[in-house]
Design a protein. Structure first.
Length: 102
């Protein structure tokens, strides 16, 4: 992928084309990882979380690929997928620990 990106840039391919190739490659790699997990662990649901999924193009592409390959897909809608989501998770864990001690 990196070699192809360098070639495309050297050949002055439009930045949108280079970007799409990069993101499509990442989406396909993540799909292949999900397929491997399904094969090894019988997983059918994929949860997408983290700052990388703030990238709408990548997220939409990956969700489409996963659904096309019969995966259920979970992703953040009401909680930010970046550091804001981490904070919500930390607060949830703290609340659970506090409630456990009472």
């Amino acid at each position: 992928m990196v070699e192809q990106l360098i070639t495309d840039i050297q050949e002055s391919k439009p930045s949108g084309v280079v970007s799409a190739k990069f993101h499509n490659t990442i989406a396909d790699a993540l799909l292949q990882m999900a397929k491997a997990a399904r094969g090894n662990k019988k997983l059918k649901t994929v949860a997408l979380s983290g700052g990388v999924f703030c990238n709408r193009y990548l997220t939409n592409r990956l969700v489409k690929l996963l659904k096309k390959n019969s995966f259920s897909v979970l992703f953040n809608r009401n909680v930010p997928s970046n550091d804001g989501g981490i904070s919500v998770g930390q607060a949830a864990i703290a609340a659970k620990l506090v409630n456990r001690e009472q």
